[in-house]
Design a protein around this ligand. Structure first.
Ligand code: NAD
Ligand code: ZN
Length: 373
């Protein structure tokens, strides 16, 4: 601590363990879910589940209910949250969780267990972060995207003023339990769409992983569980390592490498009225920034072509009619405003060889888009 007269700078840091577990038997007695619940030993447990799982995987819900009934801790009634981006577009899910926290007297020694896609995790995590300044939450991500990426993240947000993630907080979950079996009930579109985040993290951090995704692309498309398990696991670990070892878990600095391809993705989601999934929008955003990297003279054309070919081999889109919408370019300024400070976008010089840039001229983006259409 430094001190002089009336000026005090007192440093403090808070240590946090980011717990990520993989399982295929979430409700067995020795499962990581049971272990984490026992460690936390909450006074009350409030379970929340995505309606998509309730509709498509009734046997999971039955097992969940049996497990909840077997717990020795007081448990509130299972809440069902409408899934998809709508969960973040209005206050219904946040309000429902806050009302249940209030009605069931949950406190900071309680726990919310949320099982759902990225949108439900974001909205429920936002509610638990603001109630009593933070109720511990255990996340069980249930989509490819949320198991590969968002479930491991420390961000929780809802959309406001028509802007993606305008209201939100940095608040890490108590634990993240990735149950690979949950992915089985996804339709083909959502089974694949989150893989764009795996390709993204491979492109910016791990060439070997990129090659692995290339070599198992067909198996992934064919819904091969072992291929999916391996890709989800590596992607989640790369995201977790970035957060825990990257030196900037709460994004205080200008760079946001995990948001490669996201300035346009977030804007595209909004322009297309969320008819694109986040993962699909990210795939298109990656194609744009890979092509911009080439046009900026940073990246060899053959590398961009190879990466775009991988996205296409996975059945992901790399272009959209709305790319010619002038509003897309507003995404650059909105991205800067959301982050604050100077514009910082990540581009590539090669696979696992990123570089930050601080301006991106409109003609370059228009040229890149023209090439993709
Ligand atoms: N917080 C972060 O760091 C972060 C990072 C990346 C993305 N996100 C957010 O994640 C959201 C996208 O998440 P998503 O791609 O998981 O999609 P999603 O949450 O929108 O879910 C897609 C659909 O799948 C359904 N569903 C969920 N699990 C299912 C299952 N197991 N079986 C059948 N249906 C199921 C849902 O009900 C929904 O209809 C976006 O809002 C995005 O902004 C957040
Ligand atoms: Zn994303």
């Amino acid at each position: 601590m430094t001190q002089s007269n009336d000026s005090i700078d007192a440093n403090f840091s808070v240590s946090w363990t980011h717990r990520l577990r993989f399982t295929e038997h979430p409700f067995s007695s020795d499962s990581p879910l049971n272990q984490e619940i026992s460690k936390l030993n909450p006074l009350t447990l409030l379970p929340v589940i995505d309606r998509g799982i309730v509709n498509e995987n009734p046997s999971f819900v039955e097992s969940l209910q049996q497990w909840l009934d077997s717990l020795k801790i007081p448990t509130s009634d299972l809440l069902i949250a409408n899934g998809g981006e709508g969960a973040k577009n209005d206050s219904q899910v946040v309000d429902m969780v806050l009302e249940s926290i209030n009605a069931n007297n949950l406190c900071r020694k309680s726990c919310v267990l949320v099982i759902g896609g990225g949108a439900v995790l974001d909205a429920v995590g936002y509610a638990t972060s603001i109630a009593h300044r933070g109720i511990p939450i255990i996340r069980m991500p249930s989509t490819t995207l949320s198991q590969c990426d968002s479930g491991v993240g420390v961000k929780n947000a809802v959309n406001y003023f028509g802007k993606k993630n305008f209201l939100g907080v940095f608040d890490p979950p108590y634990a993240v339990i990735n149950d690979l079996g949950l992915l089985e009930s996804l339709d083909n579109r959502h089974w694949i769409s989150g893989l764009s985040e795996a390709v993204k993290v491979a492109l910016i951090k791990d060439e070997k992983f990129f090659v692995e995704i290339e070599s198992c692309a067909q198996e992934l498309v064919n819904r091969d569980s072992a291929a999916m398990a391996s890709v989800v696991k590596k992607s989640a670990i790369l995201h977790l390592e970035h957060i825990t070892k990257g030196g900037d878990p709460f994004e205080r600095l200008d760079a946001r490498p995990l948001d490669f391809g996201h300035w346009s993705a977030h804007k595209l989601e909004q322009i297309t009225n969320h008819t694109l999934t986040h993962g699909e929008a990210v795939s298109i955003g990656l194609a744009i920034d890979l092509t911009c990297s080439v046009r900026l003279g940073l990246l060899k054309e053959s590398v961009a072509t190879r990466a775009i070919a991988l996205l296409q081999a996975l059945g992901l889109p790399t272009a959209h009619a709305e790319l010619v919408n002038n509003a897309l370019l507003d995404g650059i300024e909105e991205f800067r405003q959301h982050l604050g400070g100077q514009l910082t976008l990540l581009m590539l010089k090669g696979i696992a060889d990123p570089i930050d840039i601080h301006e991106l001229d409109t003609p370059i983006v228009r040229q890149a888009i023209a090439e993709l259409l």
